[in-house]
Design a protein around this ligand. Sequence first.
Ligand SMILES: Nc1ncnc2c1ncn2[C@@H]1O[C@H](COP(=O)(O)OP(=O)(O)O)[C@@H](O)[C@H]1O
Ligand SMILES: O=P(O)(O)O[C@H]1O[C@H](CO)[C@@H](O[C@H]2O[C@H](CO)[C@@H](O)[C@H](O)[C@H]2O)[C@H](O)[C@H]1O
Length: 463
Amino acid sequence: MTDRAHVSTDSLEDALLPWLPQQRWFAAKGSPIASLRVASRVDVGSRSDVQVEHLLVDVELDGGVELGGGTVQRYQVPLGFRDAAVDDLAAWRLPIQDGPFVYDGLRDPTVIALYSDAIAAADSIGPLDFRLVAGAAVDAGMSGRVLGAEQSNTSVILGEVLLLKLFRQVASGINPDIELHRVLAETDCTYVAPLRAWIETESDGELSMLGMAQDFASDSAEGWTTALTSVRDLLASDRSPEDMDSDFASEARGLGAAVAHVHADLARGLGTDERDASSTVAEILGRVEGAVAVVPELAEHLPAARDLVARAEAGGTATVQRIHGDLHLGQVLRTPSTWLLIDFEGEPAKSLEERRRMDSPLRDVAGMLRSFDYAAHHLLLGDADVTDETYARASAWAARNSSAFCDGYAEVAGYDPRDHAALLGAYELDKAVYEAVYEARNRPTWLDLPMRAVGRLAPPVRG
Ligand SMILES: Nc1ncnc2c1ncn2[C@@H]1O[C@H](COP(=O)(O)OP(=O)(O)O)[C@@H](O)[C@H]1O
Ligand SMILES: O=P(O)(O)O[C@H]1O[C@H](CO)[C@@H](O[C@H]2O[C@H](CO)[C@@H](O)[C@H](O)[C@H]2O)[C@H](O)[C@H]1O
């Protein structure tokens, strides 16, 4: 069998340098890498003809980029080592000449099985600790397959019963996704997929969380896909949203209720606080002003943004608590019986400390309202023949579902988010501006979508 130890750390580093930026989950695409260092190399074991190593890789970026956690990013890279190349894994191969076939281990069911068994046994392998949630049992011998969708992290389905998510970018400290899922397990929250296990490691006295396993909702559909079906039907017909079989309003109402239940459980588990609205709105304004450097068209919206934020500030104090932090239709799953919220990591561009801070639940409500706006109008992007009437029909879908969502939220929360119109509007603006930056960098053809929302929330003052 291959001797993985014959692959020196130097040659791994040389191979990772061109390979890492090509991976979908590499967060600093386009930023030059100043240096790359393998910070740790753990022998996870071997199975049939594969040897497995767990790598933590530090990438130092050439300054000037806004990155959560500074300009050094740490990545988790499990590697498989084989004597012979395997066609199905060739796309994930590291460019190492004259050595074994080395590749992204999370693409290989044999490697995944090793991790799965370590979870089942609540094992410790060198500095890697596989932890089971109290009372949870995980079967050994489950086979795994990587989830099709490529995201910021890599998710693997184990035995069709568990979803194991390995974080690709690793930060020191408590990961909010694991932290909040643990709290929601204690409150018996039924609006999340129960957490069963997690993986952590400690180096130099610092804890880092590497992954988590929760129940796999095999029969679920993403909220974004479900919502788009409804919009597509509406735009293809001349009926009003309420007359459509695929009307989404009762779904939106149920989703609002689910989000309110999760907020109530997070408040129960981790408490609430009162915060002066001025500190919240100062942050929002700072972000809007900062975004002009990336999207110069935002400049003409600044005066109205300042007015909106000042009105929100006049609202006095705001109740804050732990929230989801990056809620949108891609972060909710519809099962046959309920809505589930997933991915409590918060906005990827923020530092771990910022993501774990208490914030107003209105931020999550605003995220979902923005998502209804996205779902309603995204099918019209790039279509030069869109009539005002079609656009208005799409907007009516967004308005109807935003309203249903708030109704459902109010029923459970005991207050209506719309009663805090100025602060809610400030959060919507904050999200729309974040989206404008995100789209300018990642999907420029989508930029018009958040910019229209910015225009509605903070109309340009002309003349
Ligand atoms: N518990 C689950 N059951 C079924 N599918 C899930 C579950 N959790 C996540 N998913 C699917 O995996 C995808 C990625 O999950 P997510 O937690 O958002 O990862 P990332 O942090 O990489 O964005 C989601 O869009 C969803 O389709
Ligand atoms: O993938 P993440 O959950 O980290 O979120 C990032 O990417 C999202 C796009 O996939 C982006 O969301 C925006 O587009 C969605 C449709 O593709 C829409 O539902 C969201 O409302 C809209 O914000 C998200 O902002 C970004 O953080």
